[in-house]
Design a protein around this ligand. Sequence first.
Ligand SMILES: O=c1[nH]c(=O)c2[nH]c(=O)[nH]c2[nH]1
Length: 296
Amino acid sequence: MISLAVILGPNQYGKAEVRLVTVKRDGLVHHIKDLTVSTALRGELAATHLTGDNSVVVATDTQKNTVYAFAKESPVGEIEDFALRLARHFVDRFGHITSARVMIDEHGWDRIAVEGKPHEHSFLRSGAEKRTTAVTVQDDRSWVVSGLADLVVLKSAGSEFHGFPRDEYTTLAETDDRILATAVTARWRHQGENAGWGESFREVRRIMLETFATKHSLSLQQTLYSMGEAVLTHRPEVAEVRLSLPNKHHFAVDLSPFGLTNDNEVFYAADRPYGLIEGTVLRDDAEDAGPAWNPH
Ligand SMILES: O=c1[nH]c(=O)c2[nH]c(=O)[nH]c2[nH]1
């Protein structure tokens, strides 16, 4: 048998996707929050892996219960604040836990309109879009990444794609008028802790949407950079933006077999495969990212 030295590498553990819904009652008017919370702890955890000694393992069941108890003890508020409270708790309370990451997705609900008026306690899921956060606390430092996922957008003008190399495998036609559609997943890293998470989120989202709408696009890559650049230009609290943009292709259908022309009016919306355009836009003097991004 060859002698082999085996060591324990980086590890973490926690409860994934704790589903939490809170109802705040303001008389007859109710306010709901719908979150999916994941926790991940790191620390001096060799013993449980090597010998099964669980004396410093904060059970994932306890982590889940802590999420629910914290939701009762004080208002959840902005997801970044809730994530910071939870992550700090695990690091402060348990000496062997040196770092905690809490990730939260927030699912939106709108009020159902009844006779044109928003109902007091009946809601309608507001689409696939999620607001997200990933907070890491280590010692007395913290890193906050805010974001959104599955924000689906489309523009029917102001998008071209041409000038790409052609070889024997290239069939794509050059175009100066195409549909541009994507489902935006964006994550942005804050410099320091910011008091106004809600305002910051709404502004970053607005800036990205306005840039998508108004920037004349020569490629989705150019649009990606412009969206990140606009955020960094207008929001000093943001150090870095990471974007993942699937190119949701819309192909003009060939209607000639039916004796019809197609002047860019009838499209086949393909769901796969899709181009996947991903990139990071950051300030050249951005603070060190520390453990803000995966892997934790
Ligand atoms: O905006 C685009 N970028 C690409 O890299 C690409 N590739 C492709 O086939 N279509 C597109 N569109």
